[in-house]
Design a binder for this molecule. Structure first.
Ligand code: FPP
Length: 236
């Protein structure tokens, strides 16, 4: 069956990996790879909208990425700021609703303001992009645990009230369905602390293309692979 005959997954998540290698191959600084990665993100976000994907979650900066050089970290932050400013100026055209998963308090006050404005000004649009920024899957679960413990201490819940559904409400992804498909380009086959809770039943597709080179045809390939898999959720 042709791809267009099948419904795409409603939620696709992507680990945007391989920017550094893409730049190295060309003798360029790593930041040039991230700039090309940001362009690739725009292309794929537009394509997801065309396909009718409802949620796109991308790993833009992990809790571990602070270990990179000051120059690289500030380069990525600059790119994010530039992207958000442009998105804010073009909200009407893009019609994308922005959300951020992660602890934004470590970002610069200017970037925090841009994130808040992007969320605020886009909340009525229905295609949703979740930027994982200063995000770690373990960190997200620890924070959820702390928040639940605080509610228990306040008398709102008893420890035995905790269920999978209730814990999920304390995650950044509280009202977002789990991704059916998680894509990691660049040939690496790790989950790297991405959406640990939400990926319990996701299909992983690993592609051998660096993120800046990733285009609509690669997304089509990943979706086709997803459709070929037989999702049983632990049943038979
Ligand atoms: C992983 O590739 C990529 C990142 C840590 C940063 C991702 C950030 C962007 C794509 C730019 C963000 C901006 C927007 C607007 C989305 P890597 O650097 O680990 O690559 P390598 O494994 O080849 O070194």
């Amino acid at each position: 069956m042709a791809l267009s005959d099948k419904k795409p997954p409603q939620h696709i998540a992507i680990i945007m990996d391989g920017n550094g290698r893409w730049a190295k191959k060309r003798g360029l600084p790593r930041t040039a790879g991230h700039a090309a990665g940001a362009e690739s993100f725009r292309r794929i976000a537009n394509y997801c909208r065309t396909l009718g994907v409802k949620y796109l979650t991308v790993y833009a900066f992990s809790t571990e990425n602070w270990k990179r050089s000051e120059e690289e970290v500030s380069g990525i932050m600059r790119l994010l700021g530039k992207y958000l400013k442009e998105a804010l100026a073009d909200m009407e055209k893009n019609k994308v609703c922005f959300r951020f998963f992660g602890d934004l308090s470590r970002l610069s006050p200017e970037l925090q303001k841009l994130c808040a404005a992007a969320v605020d000004e886009s909340k009525d649009y229905d295609v949703q992009v979740n930027f994982c920024l200063n995000y770690g899957g373990r960190d997200e679960i620890v924070r959820a645990g702390r928040a639940f413990a605080a509610d228990v201490a306040d008398g709102k819940y008893k420890p035995e009230d905790l269920t999978e559904e209730l814990l999920a409400k304390y995650l950044y992804s509280a009202d977002v369905p789990d991704p059916e498909l998680i894509i990691r380009p660049s040939g690496e086959m790790r989950t790297s602390n991405f959406l640990l809770w939400q990926s319990a039943y996701s299909e992983y597709v690993f592609l051998n293309v660096l993120w800046p080179d990733f285009g609509p045809a690669d997304l089509d390939e990943a979706i086709e692979e997803y459709h070929r898999r037989n999702r049983r959720f632990g049943g038979t």
